[in-house]
Write a protein that binds this ligand. Structure first.
Ligand SMILES: NC(=O)c1ccc[n+]([C@@H]2O[C@H](COP(=O)([O-])OP(=O)(O)OC[C@H]3O[C@@H](n4cnc5c(N)ncnc54)[C@H](O)[C@@H]3O)[C@@H](O)[C@H]2O)c1
Length: 473
């Protein structure tokens, strides 16, 4: 984590503004640089990482165990963060302070962008212009003008992979729930509730605690609207993406309330946001993120902070991606399914009606409801393939039984972060489009921009307004 930041934000912004000139200095082949060819004989994509702070180091820890990519370059404006990143990966990458020099290297096929949000666009733009494939952390872009500019640039360069860091899209649990939604297992899915509640007072995370020099210190970028989208960008972005995915569309409009109630240490981002998204066909997502209490009223209160509830006419699913950082979120992804009580059979006689009255008066209905869940959701690795040995089949049978009874929790076969990174390198090599592609990243960024606008202006903001925002003239 960049603690002692020497470069002031103003200096940094100036440097970021100079990128256009330098982009022109990046070696060009026949005008625009060609897409960097993935050339390693061993099929490894040679990548550079830009921004080796908290997320960069976390990804590098994962990247260490991924063999279809090799880190050959690393860059950070903070020497301490750069050293940590280089030590984590252990492949002796070439070190850079200026990302434009890294982009000029012919050894680099692809870049991973883990800079603060306000620096995503300049780095991603320059990387694409230098012919590199790009994996950029969420949110892809920060401002409306960047939405339009990046779309246009990507259209010109369709052969370059551009993937957004929305790891839930790569989780087996989330993919299973999406299949349940699409197959109608939950009936008509019309409502989603999601929350991400943290307690920053009792357990202040180093990421969010104010460092010296306030807004002048780039280490505080998350706490200022000039550099960050606040809770909406850092947390809601993951979950509004899930709602878009499950509902299969983007919202029509968003309304909400945001305020800074408790963490009044000089920051200007909200510490309490409440949002309602209206999707086509009346579907809605209600959303809450607060910074002063981490209770999660899902999974019988057994998890903390974040999760989503997907509700349909035939059932409900609660799910969370958990996390693998030591602390409150050191827990694997899980999903629980609850079925709605069966529809009452039509009464055929007065005697039937009397019988029903008696049931409602007693506790039978409640007992019936309890029998409908929760059912822990299992993912594909517990399916029988018919190719198992006798022992493997017995083990699988036992695991299925214990999982269905809630005795053991099924773990994700692979951490979704590993899957998204492996998948990125695979897309770079094969030209396959990424799952979390440009449009998914864009929809996510647009939702963040417009949600903040809805709270700031206290009005309903329509999603088609983005087309007119940030355009010159
Ligand atoms: N997908 C997820 O779940 C997830 C989780 C955490 C963070 N993130 C995202 O990752 C990004 C980085 O977050 P973080 O927590 O690592 O922040 P951070 O402040 O810890 O790290 C950012 C690093 O970028 C460096 N940097 C800034 N400008 C630079 C430049 N021009 N060139 C090179 N380096 C530069 C900083 O010195 C710092 O070391 C954010 O966009 C954040 O939203 C995503």
């Amino acid at each position: 984590m960049a603690q002692d930041q020497e470069v002031s934000r103003r200096e940094f912004v100036k440097a970021a503004g100079a990128v256009t000139a330098v982009a022109a200095a990046i070696p060009a082949v026949h005008g625009a640089p060609a897409v960097q060819k993935v050339r390693a004989a061993n099929d490894q994509v040679q990548f550079g990482i830009i921004g080796t702070g908290s997320r960069g180091q976390y990804l590098l820890k994962h990247l260490k165990g991924i063999d279809n990519g090799r880190c050959v370059a690393a860059c950070d404006i903070n020497a301490d963060a750069l050293k940590k990143g280089v030590d984590f990966i252990g492949t002796k990458p070439k070190e850079y302070k200026d990302y434009r020099e890294l982009l000029a290297s012919k050894d680099v096929d692809a870049v991973i962008v883990t800079t603060p949000l306000f620096v995503h666009f300049p780095v991603t733009r320059d990387a694409l212009m230098a012919g590199k494939h790009v994996f950029c952390e969420k949110c892809l872009v920060f401002k409306p003008e960047e939405v339009h500019a990046l779309r246009a640039l990507h259209l010109e360069r369709p052969k370059q992979t551009l993937q957004t860091g929305l790891q839930r899209r790569y989780s087996n649990f989330y993919q299973t729930v999406k299949q349940m939604v699409d197959k109608g297992i939950l009936g008509k899915v019309h409502h989603i509730h999601a929350q991400w509640h943290r307690n920053m007072i009792n357990k202040p995370s180093s990421l969010w605690t104010m460092k010296p020099d306030g807004e002048k210190n780039i280490a505080n970028w998350r706490l200022y609207r000039s550099m960050s989208g606040g809770l909406t960008a850092e947390l809601t972005s993951h979950q509004v993406d899930i709602a878009d995915w499950m509902f299969g569309s983007q919202p029509e409009f968003v309304m909400g309330l945001g305020s800074l109630d408790i963490l009044k240490d000089g920051r200007d981002v909200y510490d309490n946001i409440q949002l309602i998204y209206k999707y086509p066909n009346g579907q809605k997502m209600t959303y809450s993120s607060i910074s002063t209490n981490q209770f999660l009223p899902y999974f019988n209160g057994g998890r903390a902070e974040m999760g989503e509830i997907i509700m349909g006419t035939e059932g409900t699913v609660e799910l969370t991606v958990g996390g693998d950082n030591p602390g409150v979120l050191f827990q694997p992804p899980i999903a629980w399914w609850y079925r709605e009580p069966p529809k009452a059979a039509a009464e055929t006689s007065k005697a039937d009606a009397k019988k029903k009255e008696a049931l409602v008066a007693g506790a039978t209905m409640v007992a019936g409801g309890g029998a409908n869940g929760p059912i822990p959701i299992m993912t594909g690795d517990l399916n029988f393939t018919g190719k198992e040995s006798f022992i493997d089949k017995e083990v699988k049978f036992a695991r299925r039984w214990l999982t269905s009874k809630g005795v053991i929790l099924q773990e994700e076969q692979k951490n979704p972060v590993d899957t998204e990174l492996e998948s990125f390198f695979d897309c770079c090599r094969t030209g396959k489009p990424p799952i979390a592609n440009l449009e998914i990243g864009m929809a996510d960024s647009i939702a963040v921009i417009l949600s903040n606008q809805a709270m700031d202006e206290g009005r309903k903001v329509y999603f088609n307004e983005i087309e007119k925002m940030g355009r010159k003239g």
